[in-house]
Design a protein around this ligand. Structure first.
Ligand code: PEP
Ligand code: MN
Length: 465
């Protein structure tokens, strides 16, 4: 599937393991396999010392938390919870500020309240945050005005500025990614454990959204939620206890030098966990069965996601289950489908049918972003809000027809007022891109579009509960 000629390859020679790295059978088997989408930095003088340092730094997440998440995802796979996973396409070091992190967490919490009401189920809240720094690219290079430089591969590899110096692959960036992830996660933990997540304040924030005349159609749902909260209060619900929420971190496990170095052996169980995040996913471009990413992630205990695009065959899906979840462990495997609005109704049914018939119980999640990327007439990479909604609707329709559970949504979003995706009830047009386009990679839903999506999904979910 992946054309390796398009991808820089830097796996060290077979058998090389890093001094100080956690030892467990199979953890280095990926080094013998082809690997796509890696930086060319293994000869860099800082590579060895950096990986060695990363092998001994404290874990970003703890194995016990990872196990809790696995049990939550198992609930979702059984139709008893719903996953909301959202955040930047590519986090940057520069944007890891308190304001931006808090507005993103706030938006995810706002979406979660609306979805909880719609689904009448617990919503698992997960950020594409605190580690989403590595990006797969369709080309190794980028050319501007006749100048060709290495493509931007995310802040963990090189800089976004279009200069030869910035675009150089620098392994020391992995340390900066680790520390930025740590400070981001620290703030997320403070927000979600320290009272910021109080259901009543989150609902108040949503009132601001529905007071915009463009969103008046959501007022009814917001009022229903209001009544539900008042009802809970009258019944003596302990809102103090509801002030804290669980929030999990996730990113694409693309850069295996980094993921391997942050893998630790859990002292309780003696098993390996990738402690860079609670949940890791394998991207559409690196999900080849016989290559390094699938092999490495098959060895760690974290719950794993795999993105499935429109070319995925049922056999691919079944083989991924066999390799990544041989014991059919509840919550272990999530399939994140990103077919495109035009494809989902045609391509998804066969996958769902064959996977269900095999007896496997995976969690099905929709990513309505990556199959719907287009270029705007004025040259920006964008997505139409209507296509995003249409893919979500298609996802629900297919699962309803198959009798399976549409278990979650994975979106690229921000809490800020950016202009990157077209449309929405308070519409963004392409002129707005000229001043409001901030993403260094794919276009994200802005704050209002994210909430609108949550209200629309909530309406869909209301139909099925
Ligand atoms: C992404 O999630 O940013 C991404 C690159 O997705 P995909 O692997 O689905 O293309
Ligand atoms: Mn993306």
């Amino acid at each position: 599937m992946t054309d390796l000629t398009l991808n820089a390859v830097s796996a060290p020679a077979a058998g090389i393991s890093v001094p100080g790295a956690a030892v467990y059978p199979g953890l280095d088997d990926w080094r013998d396999l082809p690997i796509a989408q890696q930086p060319t930095w293994s000869e860099h003088p800082s590579f060895g010392p950096t990986v060695k340092e990363l092998s001994s730094v404290p874990p970003l997440v703890f194995a016990g938390e990872v196990d809790v998440l696995r049990s939550r995802l198992a609930q979702a796979a059984q139709g008893k919870a719903f996953l909301l996973q959202g955040g930047d396409c590519a986090e940057t070091f520069e944007a890891a500020t308190a304001d931006k992190i808090s507005s993103r967490v706030k938006t995810i919490l706002q979406m979660a309240v609306v979805l909880t009401y719609g689904a009448q189920l617990p919503v698992i809240k997960m950020g594409r945050m605190a580690g989403q720094f590595a990006k797969p690219r369709s080309s190794n290079d980028e050319t501007r005005d006749g100048v060709t430089l290495p493509a931007y591969r995310g802040d963990i590899v090189n800089g976004f500025d279009f200069t030869a110096e910035s675009r150089q692959h620098n392994p020391e960036r992995m340390l900066k990614a680790y520390h930025t992830s740590a400070s981001t996660l620290n703030l997320i933990r403070a927000f979600t454990q320290g009272g910021f997540a109080d259901l009543r304040s989150v609902h108040e924030w949503n009132r601001g959204f529905t007071s915009n005349p463009a969103h008046s159609r959501y007022e009814r749902l917001a009022k229903e939620i209001d009544s539900a909260i008042k009802f809970m209060a009258s019944c003596g619900a302990d809102f103090e206890a509801l002030k804290t929420v669980e929030f999990f971190a996730s990113h694409e496990a693309l850069l295996l030098d980094y993921e391997r170095a942050l893998t630790r052996i859990d002292s309780r169980t003696g098993l390996p966990y990738d402690t860079s995040a609670h949940f890791l996913w394998i991207g559409e471009r690196t999900r080849d069965l016989d290559q390094a990413h699938v092999e490495f992630l098959s060895r760690v205990r974290n719950p794993i996601g795999v993105k499935l695009g429109p070319t995925t065959s049922a056999d691919d899906a079944l083989a991924l289950i066999e390799k990544l979840d041989p014991n059919r462990e509840p919550g272990r495997l999530t399939f994140i489908t990103r077919m495109g609005a035009n494809n989902i109704r045609e391509k998804l049914p066969n996958l769902v049918e064959k996977v269900t018939a095999s007896g496997a119980q995976v969690l099905w999640v929709t990513d309505p972003m990556h199959g719907n990327t287009v270029t705007s007439p004025n040259g920006y990479k964008t997505r139409r809000f209507d296509d995003v909604i249409d893919e979500v609707r298609g996802f629900f329709e297919v699962h309803q027809a198959q009798g399976t559970f549409p278990g979650g949504v994975h979106v690229e979003m921000t809490g800020d007022d950016v202009a990157e995706c077209l449309g929405g009830a308070d519409p963004i047009d392409q002129e707005a891109f000229l001043t409001g386009y901030e993403s260094v990679c794919d276009p994200r839903l802005n704050h209002k579009q994210s909430l609108e999506l949550a209200f629309l999904i909530s309406e869909e979910l209301r139909k099925s509960v």
